[in-house]
Design a protein around this ligand. Structure first.
Ligand code: CDP
Ligand code: CDP
Length: 222
């Protein structure tokens, strides 16, 4: 089990993971980690170097030479590739189109595993992604799977001004052989289709309480 308490949140795109995980981390006073950002930053780095992403052997060489830094700063995960943060470019249409392809690499996933785990050696955290409860922190007692109707998820993304389809990425994430997106047997499952962000966070806090998570005490307690 991780040294510090870890809350794992997995689910498909636009199920509300990031929004909910951020709010939950704040309520708990612990760090918020978006694991997808690491895959996005690496993909951004590959695109910047003009590397063909189609096949693993091609990008492997480049990734091997990349300096991948993951650090908690200001209670949030920051990722640097060769010393640079991608910023908004991590969410560009080019990255959206290629990231699931990069993330499907078993070699890359294996390489990132110790980097993700290391974060919980020094920090309590809420980490969201696709395989946090199944592969990265399978031993944590605090895990959730958030889902929502595909139509609702498309609408949420459109509302955010994103026009890229999330369907292909979802399919790739679910069907890959290395740590595919799925609900862990011991995860609490939540359908957020007809729930507000606040309602979801409430439910997670209730479940964490039941599972014995060390909740903060005092006047500002959640
Ligand atoms: O991280 P993920 O891709 O799972 O989703 P997100 O970026 O956190 O959420 C996508 C959008 O859905 C955001 O604008 C949220 O405010 C919204 N949302 C919602 O309307 N209702 C929820 N229960 C959860 C999220
Ligand atoms: O924000 P959104 O939910 O659309 O995506 P994200 O969480 O930023 O993740 C981007 C992509 O990274 C996903 O579509 C997956 O292909 C990959 N990913 C992964 O494979 N495993 C994770 N733990 C997190 C992200």
């Amino acid at each position: 089990a991780p040294r510090c308490p870890v809350v794992a949140i997995d689910g498909p795109s636009a199920s509300g993971k990031s929004t909910v995980a951020k709010s939950l981390a704040q309520a708990l006073g612990i760090a918020y980690c978006n694991s997808g950002l690491v895959y996005r930053a690496i993909t951004w780095g590959l695109i910047a170097k003009g590397v063909t992403i189609e096949r693993e052997p091609v990008f492997k060489t480049t990734v091997r030479q990349m300096k991948i830094e993951c650090q908690i700063e200001g209670n949030e995960l920051h990722v640097r590739i060769d010393g640079k943060e991608p910023g908004q470019e991590a969410r560009s249409p080019e990255v959206n189109a290629a990231v699931s392809h990069v993330a499907a690499s078993p070699w890359l996933r294996k390489r990132l595993l110790p980097i993700f785990r290391q974060l919980a050696e020094e920090h309590s955290l809420v980490m969201e992604g696709r395989d946090i409860g199944t592969a990265v922190f399978p031993a944590t007692r605090y895990k959730f799977y958030i889902d929502a109707d595909p139509k609702v998820r498309e609408q949420r993304r459109q509302k955010q001004g994103e026009t890229d389809s999330i369907e292909d990425r979802d399919w790739e994430d679910r069907s890959r052989t290395a740590a595919p997106l799925r609900c862990a047997a011991d995860a609490a499952f939540l359908d957020s289709s007809r729930m507000t962000v606040e309602e979801v966070v409430r439910r997670l806090l209730d479940e964490l309480r039941k599972r014995g998570f060390p909740l903060p005490e005092g006047p500002s307690a959640p």
